[in-house]
Design a protein around this ligand. Structure first.
Ligand code: DGJ
Length: 734
């Protein structure tokens, strides 16, 4: 039984970790341990009972060593002695906010209950997971909190969430309800790592010493954002890519979030993740319940690499859904960087034909096909084909594309409306706005108010009509601005603080309806590139456009950071033209191809401008991807050389049975007469023999990992990929 119960203490045993918590004799739920596996023995005697000056003692208990200010809490609450950051904050009808939560009851169940209205990890059989639910009750019994912990039989991961119920007779206001909070013991010398960036520069790795006080990243933009990702990790002082203790926190949510760690006066660390309390309040009438999003906590004893591989396996197989989850993703061409808004049917068909001739499988028509849209100033919301550009409509174009033996995909931006659109002229109250205030535009557009079910219902009807009108097998779902003037017309004043989260729930509800009604359609998420690359979106869109920066060298950094949490199969990556449209850099085609191939692969360039030789090389890269995409999508990733640390990057993907591997090496800057370097591989079977398909050379796994391969020493070396296939065991070949 992976959840061991021992006298009101619980030991959550995953294959390689233990998470332990228990109830103190006074009834408070206390965090005991999270980390390397331990046996289920009572840890009560090990918990700190400390006398500390200025630490208030728990009311009604004459014990000077008992203080919420020093107790490791499982779900910390404010106002009764814990001065660190709380996980929950409630304003009661009398205006007060103090809480004192105590254990009330618990249950253990096989499997994992669904989270209503929210994306979450899931199981396919009850045997895959066990769930512990612990109900806490406030001393005035006006609030009850149910903490939920799911552990997976196959993964070193714990999915946590909380349900907060108004159990009193008066309304109250939830001001903060985080998904997970963990009180670690002494953490001086530890590091906190997160992903920061900007548009076209998403998810750059930030690895910083854990300082006294609160360090946080957040979004208040209505999307998880380009700027920060709903993820962080705590790293032991000696932890690295493949060794040492790492604790990952990831939130399955796509809107405003908060991720923070507080290192306190005694060098303990409180790590938290959840909905951002900034701008949030939720009215709970008596009997009403609030469900938080889910946080997924991962422990690794083998560094960041181990953490990433756990997230990858779990998110690829038990967060992503639908029939595309396990399917090879189609190799696509997208017309955006080839034509931008400047296309007609003939130009699209010409691009499609050329793409087909080099092996592409799916043609994606990007922005500009609808309404009167010739630039980004108009027509969002008017989702009917522009008759000037597409005289035979979408059905005609899709049929012509199909005749070329290609699938057809289409771009949408369903959450937005242009002020210059029929939709907006007919329904000016359908966008987020505050009466009497101006409405800020971003990229000349407004945000539809998806907190109103009638708005999402109308958008559903529009999308469903288009998807039913032509054989569309793929949708690129874009979102190109952040939320301002976040309020909903007609919502009572006391509930306006709910709008941002209700909006997000509306986005999820629409995605749920569309994916249910059109299960054959593969949806790729997008938000001005990677502005909403998060686990919440992955639940509906198994791949996401990683960045609007398609430059291969910039992508090395962006994809390296993204790979800390997200599987390669989720990261859409395309070969684009040189000089690159975003940064002006010229990068060899081989480098562009191999970097793009490490994600959900495609092309995004004007093939009419390519020479016959370039087309032949593109065709070769497409064929290579077709041969390798199964392994790339399902294998284990090992990051071998970090581009943030020098002019080389290398990574490899190993099949789960370790019989096959792909090794990628890219040099970003040549050093004349440079040092000799070796690349030591990872994840292979040391006693197996592997043959490099290109050179025919055979090496043992042990040699490749302990000794390594010589890095190509020519100055004009840019990139290569090695395909290693196992030829049996070293011993067999004597
Ligand atoms: C932003 C996306 O990231 C791009 O790929 C492209 O689809 C444009 N929007 C179109 O407006």
């Amino acid at each position: 039984m992976p959840i061991h119960e021992l006298d009101r203490a619980w030991f959550l045993q995953t294959p390689g970790s233990t998470y332990a918590l228990g109830v103190t004799p006074e009834g408070h739920l206390q965090h005991w341990h999270w980390g390397a596996p331990i046996d289920p023995v009572h840890l009560d005697g090990l918990r700190p009972r400390l006398y500390r000056a200025f630490a208030p003692n728990v009311a009604g208990i004459a014990d000077p060593t008992l203080s919420f200010d020093t107790l490791p809490a499982e779900y910390p609450f404010p106002g009764t002695g814990d001065f660190r950051v709380p996980a929950i904050e409630v304003e009661f009808a009398d205006g007060t906010r103090a809480l004192r939560l105590r254990y009330h009851t618990h249950r253990i169940l096989a499997g994992k209950p669904r989270l209503s209205g929210l994306p979450a990890t899931y199981v396919e059989t009850a045997a895959e997971a066990d769930t512990l639910e612990i109900e806490l009750v406030d001393e005035l019994d006006a609030i009850r909190v149910t903490l939920s912990y799911t552990i997976f039989a196959q993964h070193d991961a714990i999915a946590r969430s909380a349900r907060i119920a108004n159990h009193g007779s008066q309304p109250c206001r939830l001001l903060r309800g985080l998904s997970a909070s963990v009180d670690f013991g002494e953490r001086a010398g530890w590091r906190w790592l997160h992903l920061a960036g900007a548009w076209a520069r998403e998810r750059q790795v930030v690895d910083a010493p854990l300082q006294p006080g609160v360090q946080s990243v957040e979004s208040q933009r209505g999307a998880s954002s380009h700027q920060h990702n709903p993820f962080f990790a705590l790293l032991a002082p000696d932890a690295g890519e493949e060794h040492g203790e790492v604790f990952g926190f990831s939130l399955v949510y796509s809107g405003n979030f908060l991720a923070q760690v507080e290192r306190d006066q005694f060098d303990t660390a409180r790590a938290q993740i959840g909905l951002n309390p900034a701008g949030f309040s939720w009215l709970l009438e008596p009997g009403e319940i609030f469900q938080t999003p889910e946080a997924v906590l991962v422990f690794s004893l083998s560094g960041l690499g181990g953490m990433s591989r756990t997230y990858h396996r779990l998110y690829r197989t038990r967060l992503c859904r639908g029939r595309h989850r396990d399917q090879p993703r189609p190799i696509l061409i997208n017309n955006w960087e080839a034509t931008y808004f400047n296309f007609d049917e003939a130009r699209l068909l010409d691009l499609a034909r050329r793409a087909r001739s080099i092996g592409v499988e799916l043609f994606v028509l990007d922005d500009g096909w609808f309404g009167r849209r010739d630039d980004d100033r108009t027509s969002l919301g008017d989702w009917w084909p522009n008759p000037k550009k597409l005289p035979h409509g979408l059905a005609g174009l899709a049929a012509a594309i199909q005749r070329e033996n290609l699938q057809f995909g289409l771009w949408f931006e369903p959450e937005m409306v242009s002020p210059d659109s029929d939709l907006h002229r007919n329904h000016p109250d359908w966008c987020l706005q505050i009466a009497g205030r101006g409405r800020s535009t971003g990229r000349h557009q407004l945000v539809l108010d998806f907190s109103r079910p009638e708005v999402t219902a109308a958008v559903y009807d529009q999308l469903a009509a288009v998807l039913s009108s032509a054989p569309i097998t793929y949708v690129k779902w874009d979102m190109n601005r952040h939320l301002t003037e976040v309020a909903s017309v007609g919502r009572p004043a006391g509930r306006q603080g709910e709008t941002a989260h209700r909006h997000m729930l509306g986005v999820y509800a629409l995605l749920e309806r569309i994916t249910t009604a059109f299960p054959a359609v593969l949806i790729e998420g997008c938000s001005g590139g990677g502005g909403r690359f998060d686990p919440g979106m992955l639940h509906y869109t198994p791949q996401i456009w990683t960045s609007d920066n398609s430059d291969a060298i910039s992508r090395l950094f962006i994809q390296f950071g993204t790979s800390l949490v997200y599987p390669l199969s989720a990261m859409a990556a395309h070969i684009s033209a040189v000089p690159n449209h975003q940064v002006g850099r010229t990068t060899p085609l081989e480098t562009r191809g191999l970097v793009a191939m490490t994600g959900a692969f495609g092309l995004e360039l004007d093939l009419a401008a390519c020479s016959a030789e370039e087309l032949a090389r593109l065709g070769h890269l497409v064929a290579q991807n077709r041969a390798w995409r199964g392994l790339l999508a399902t294998g284990d990733l090992y990051r071998l050389k970090n581009p943030f640390h020098g002019p080389e990057a290398a990574w490899m993907v190993v099949s789960s049975d370790r019989t096959e591997a792909l090794v990628f090496q890219v040099r970003t800057l040549s050093t004349p007469n440079g040092p000799l370097q070796r690349l030591r591989l990872r994840g292979l079977d040391p006693s197996a023999l592997y043959r490099d398909a290109a050179s025919g050379q055979t090496y043992s796994g042990g040699l490749l990992m302990a000794h390594g391969l010589l890095w190509p020493d020519t100055e004009d070396f840019h990139a290569r990929a090695l395909h290693l296939g196992s030829r049996g065991r070293f011993a067999d070949h004597g």
